[in-house]
Structure formats: C-alpha cells, structure tokens
Write a protein that binds this ligand. Structure first.
Ligand SMILES: Cc1ncc(COP(=O)(O)O)c(C=O)c1O
Length: 366
C-alpha cells in the first residue's frame, strides 16, 4: 500500500457506500479508462471474472474453439471451460515469451480452410510485457476473430507508446494481491465499445431486467467490485508509475548483480515496447551455469526466499491436455529452465543483495 489508500477508504465508509457499486467504483473505472486510453471500463471482482464476461459478451458457445497463449497462468483459459468451449493453445516466441504471431497466422489460415475459425483469441501480456499487437491485430482482423487482451500481468506496460489493455475488442486487468497494483482482489474489463461494457455491468450484477420486481431473462453473475476496494484501487493507480519504476529498478539491480554469469539469461525485453518487469524472470542453462534452475530455487528456499518456476504451459496441464496445441517446444523449454525471482516492489537493496549472492554462489563462474 502507498499510505494514501486509507483516506479514500475512510471516504467510502463515511459516505456509507459499502456495496458493489458507488462513487469510488465509478471514479476508478473512469480513471483507469483514461490511464489506458480506452473508452469504457467495468470494475469487477477479479480478472478471471473479467475474462469470463469477455467470452460471454463475444458469444462464445459450447463447442466453439478459442485461441489462447499456452505460456500463461491457468486463469487465462479456465473461463473457456466455464463456457464449455475448447481452447486451442499457441506456443510462445522467444523474443518476448508471448504468443507467436506466425503460429497464430498459420493456425487461423488452416482453420479458415477447415471452415472452423475460432470464436475469439485470448492474447496474454506475460510477466509485464506486451504481445506484438501490430502483427496479432492484423492477423485476427483478416479472419474476423475478436481479440480478448489478457493484460492481468502487464498493467502499465506499453506497446509502441500505447498502454496495454486496449488492443483487443475487450481487455482484462487484475488487481489480485500479487499484481503491480492491488485492491486485495479485483479486476476490470475495458473496451472502446460502450455497449459491451454496459452489458458487462448488467451481467455482473445478476442480469436483472428493467422491472419493478426481479425479472431475469439471462444468466447473471455476482462479479462487481466493492466500492471499498475501488477506493483502494484509485489510490493505488496514483502510485502505478512509481511501482513500475520500482519493478524496473529491481530488474536492473538483478542484471547488474547476475548479468555477466554464463548460462543465466534474462527474459528479453522486446524492442517494440516498454515492459514493467512485473516479475524478473531468468532462464538457466545448467551446462554453462553449473547448476540447474531447481538447484537455484532450492538454494533460495533453504534461505527462506521463495522463487518459482515460470508458468507451466497450459498444453501440459492435466486439465487442458486433451485440447489442440500449435507448436509448444518454446514454452516447454522456457518452463524447463525458467525461474521467477522475487520481484515485489517493496524489496530492499539488502534483500536483493542476499538473493544475488545466493544465485551467484550456485554458479561455477562466481
Ligand atoms: C495472465 C493472468 N490472467 C488472469 C489472471 C486472473 O486474475 P485474477 O487473479 O484477478 O482472477 C491472472 C492472475 O491472477 C493472470 O496472471
């Protein structure tokens, strides 16, 4: 927390708007839409809820195919299964760890030939870095496949100077406790299409039709964000630039401390944009480094420092293994060798020194 949240939370209490609507919800939506440069936003209970509503709004039906990046958290694809649709996973490209635009193009070309184009494409901005939208938007537009941008991990990153979140028909944000800014739990759905966001608010508040009694003609959800949490979110949004600077500084300190070690490579920053470095991630080549990713992880754990393997590709997850995948070897390789180093904005220089020292001590070149 920045210290500014309590003032706005107090305001929520004093106004007695302790509900999943209220002035802070409205203001948080407006301020976020303005920050991102998108027309409209609906504050929701989570990023997962936002993804689920995005699929509903696009009209993804049972049995339809939905493209999804493979190298991501399961929440990117779980809502596809909520709707009984079928994910098609696409491998990552090395230069950004995000979905490979060439593979996506091949898949859409083949799908068009088969006459089974996917109903939507969920494009993830991984670990604080934008996907390559010029290529992705062009390909998806050619085949008329709407993009849902999962920017849950990348709020504040840019692509050619534009904020992530606004590249698809719908964009998804998360304010979960581990994200660059947080409301403890929360999310947002954004779009330039006002009617989609109005429809999202309707579905997120139990889909109550206009009538004096409770009338329902569609299935609704309880997905709205509380006014109290929106107050926290507004204060957090004000410190987002500082948080990005803090994460990028942490990355720079890791690079200074570890950058020259053979066998250790940082997640690349693609030339088309500016990443937030939400998490600092590395890959370890055991032959050159002298220890494996897991040796390093366990050495850190022995010092009570948590580091995690990068996401296990979704096409390898038991819950998704029956679905189709295009490629997969790049994501598999990143998973086999990738490690997310501690990256919280409040890490001190002394914390970072300790981590660097342990990682260095595992290298044969230290
Ligand atoms: C890529 C990605 N998509 C979606 C989500 C889901 O967001 P939430 O936790 O707010 O439901 C997360 C993280 O939690 C995520 O990392």
């Amino acid at each position: 927390m920045s210290g500014k949240e309590l003032t706005l939370v107090k305001d929520a209490f004093e106004s007695n708007w302790i509900a999943p609507l209220g002035p802070h919800v409205d203001a948080f939506e407006e301020e976020m839409a303005q920050y991102l440069g998108v027309g409209h936003a609906a504050a929701l209970s989570s990023g997962t809820a936002a993804l689920h509503l995005a699929l509903r709004l696009i009209g993804v039906e049972a049995g339809a195919e939905v493209i999804c990046s493979s190298l991501t958290f399961s929440a990117s694809a779980n809502p596809i299964l909520y709707e009984k649709a079928r994910p098609v996973f696409i491998d990552a490209e090395r230069s950004s760890w995000n979905i490979d635009p060439e593979l996506l193009r091949c898949e859409l070309r083949d799908a068009a030939k088969r006459g089974t184009l996917p109903r939507a494409a969920i494009i993830v901005d991984l670990y604080g870095q934008s996907a390559d939208y010029n290529r992705l938007v062009e390909t998806c537009a050619e085949y008329d496949v709407p993009i849902i941008e999962d920017a849950a991990e990348a709020l504040g990153a840019t692509y050619q100077g534009r904020q992530v979140g606004g590249f698809g028909r719908l964009g998804v944000l998360s304010f979960n406790g581990n994200k660059i800014i947080t409301t403890s739990g929360g999310g947002m759905l954004v779009s330039d299409d006002r009617s989609l966001i109005e429809q999202a608010r309707f579905l997120a508040t139990q889909a109550r039709d206009p009538a004096p009694h409770y009338e329902h003609s569609s299935v609704g959800y309880n997905y709205r964000m509380s006014n109290v949490l929106a107050a926290i979110g507004r204060a957090q949004l004000r410190v987002l630039p500082e948080r990005i600077d803090a994460r990028r500084r942490i990355f720079s300190l890791y690079r200074e401390g570890l950058g020259e070690l053979p066998g250790l490579t940082f997640m690349p920053e693609a030339t088309y944009g500016r990443a937030t470095r939400w998490l600092t991630c590395v890959t370890i080549d055991q032959r050159d480094f002298g220890a494996s990713r897991d040796d390093i992880r366990l050495a850190l754990a022995a010092a009570n420092i948590e580091a995690r393997p990068v996401w296990k590709p979704l096409h390898l997850q038991p819950i998704f293994s029956q679905y189709r995948t295009c490629g997969g070897s790049v994501a598999e390789d990143i998973f086999a060798h990738g490690l997310c180093l501690p990256s919280g904005s409040s890490l001190t220089d002394a914390d970072l020194d300790r981590i660097v020292e342990i990682v260095r001590s595992m290298s044969v070149h230290n």
